[in-house]
Design a binder for this molecule. Structure first.
Ligand SMILES: [Zn+2]
Length: 478
């Protein structure tokens, strides 16, 4: 007897969109079959008539349950929302897997950087989520500062253990100097991992911060002058050139400028395995919005730029130069988000994990005519491939985990704060009009959200071991 059949929906697979039934057993998809073929006993039939059945969303970039720097919060002991709240919001937003971070995220020189071995820090992050997560989870490991030879020597073991991606910054207090960075690139390449890179030119950022302060122009609405187009252009190209020498694959988190899109596109055109991510707030807002009352609420670092940059990100996602959508989820309350008012103190991030799918669906599918197969790519499949979860995750196919989101393309809904599940008291998406919204989320064959109700449990989420395929590491495959 089957556990479940999802029947009557338009099912999005890598081969196209088809009116097939999805059969589920023991948490896995066991068959896709034309209507009428699966005349077998089944415990539960889900009627997906009129719905689009997509692979569960994969959110490749979150910061959950971590300390917010005092420089941003204005006081100590503030944390981003905990796993229970963030993954609850994720489940309502059709997300079944997220990638958070282990290791330190230093924003100021005073932020603590643990010297514990990588494996111990991964274990402590696993414990922070185990029993507290409605969705599956994994971690990028952050390497910060002048990374020691001992830590670089631990990279191989970490990748062997299923922890396949490493994050570095080329700016902020956690900036990795370029010599160390090249050593990290080579070690990660040698062991079959992938680099997640936050690239900005640190010299330019520091110079512009000082200049704007000196001139009394350091208000938060000038953030895009500090974290500038030129900084992205220069830093992306430098990282790409270094990666070419090390033969390491790069996943650029939050591409923000048309120059970044171009750099990624050109590298891919040469066959280099470079992948780019866009955050959904960058697909909507421009730096003009920073000047509105409380306008810096839309901010996530580096900085939201101009209309031409927003349009380049959208076309990059549509034409394949960019691969994924993400949120840089970093949820706080208003008092924290609005505390910092200068280019140095505006708190990064926002609560976005729940809104990414409906916002992207509205923009790209309902308004932009994007094929559903491409929508699945940029919300799930590509993240699974690039970060080593494919084909267990990110695809509706026999043998894959039964992670599904049912979208109702007919729902018209204006987002209000009351709709949202995050531990927060603001949303930058209040008032955004959605055409299409997730109505059911299924994690490994278990319905976790249905008809606006949370049915899942915080014991449902599991840590995921990852391994990136040699194809993804060798050339730009998605
Ligand atoms: Zn981030």
């Amino acid at each position: 007897m089957l556990d479940m059949i999802v029947r009557g929906g338009q099912v999005v697979t890598p081969h196209g969109v088809a009116g097939v039934d999805v059969a589920i057993q023991d948490g896995k998809i066991v068959a896709l079959a034309h209507p009428g073929v699966l005349e077998v006993e089944v415990k539960r039939v889900i009627d997906a008539t009129g719905k689009i059945v997509l692979p569960g969303g994969i959110e490749p970039h979150t910061h959950i349950g971590i300390p917010v720097p005092e420089k941003w919060a204005g006081r100590p002991e503030v944390f981003t929302q905990p796993p229970e709240a963030a993954t609850r919001a994720a489940a309502f937003g059709g997300v079944t897997t997220l990638l958070d971070f282990a290791g330190a995220l230093p924003v100021t020189p005073d932020d603590p950087v643990s010297t514990d071995p990588i494996m111990r820090q991964l274990e402590s992050r696993r414990q922070a989520f185990s029993g507290h997560s409605y969705t599956d989870f994994a971690y990028h490991y952050i390497l910060a500062g002048a990374v020691s030879p001992r830590t670089i020597g631990e990279i191989g073991e970490s990748i062997q253990s299923g922890q396949a991606s490493f994050k570095i910054f080329t700016t902020f207090a956690g900036r990795v100097p370029y010599g160390h960075l090249q050593a990290i690139f080579e070690e990660v390449a040698k062991h079959g991992g992938i680099m997640a890179v936050h690239a900005e030119d640190d010299d330019m950022v520091a110079y512009m911060e000082e200049k704007l302060k000196r001139e009394g122009q350091d208000q938060g609405y000038n953030l895009h002058l500090v974290h500038s187009n030129l900084s992205e252009d220069v830093s992306f190209r430098k990282v790409i050139r270094m990666a070419e020498h090390a033969e390491v694959a790069i996943y650029f988190v939050h591409v923000t400028a048309k120059e970044g899109v171009a750099a990624v596109g050109e590298a891919r055109g040469r066959g280099q395995p470079v992948y780019g991510e866009a955050l959904h707030n960058y697909l909507e807002f421009t730096c003009d919005d920073y000047r509105k009352p409380d306008g810096t609420k839309i901010h996530t670092y580096p900085a939201i730029k101009y209309a031409a940059d927003r349009d380049a990100l959208k076309s990059g996602l549509a034409d394949g130069r960019l691969s994924t959508t993400a949120t840089d989820e970093y949820t706080t309350y208003k008092d924290v988000k609005f505390w910092g008012q200068t280019v140095e103190s505006v708190c990064g991030g926002h609560n976005g994990i729940e809104t990414r799918l409906p916002v992207a669906f509205t923009k790209f599918v309902s308004q932009g005519g994007m094929p559903l197969t491409r929508f699945a790519d940029i919300t799930a499949t590509n993240a699974a491939k690039i970060l080593g979860l494919y084909p267990q995750k990110g695809v509706i196919a026999a043998g894959s985990d039964a992670d599904l989101v049912l979208m109702d393309p007919g729902i018209q809904k204006t987002i209000t704060l009351d709709d949202l599940q995050a531990d927060s008291d603001y949303s930058i998406w209040e008032g955004f009009q959605c055409q299409g919204y997730p109505v059911m989320t299924i994690l490994r064959g278990k319905v976790i959200v249905e008809d606006g109700k949370l049915i899942g449990s915080t014991s449902d989420g599991q840590w995921l071991s990852r391994k990136v395929s040699p194809e993804v590491l060798g050339r730009p495959v998605c």
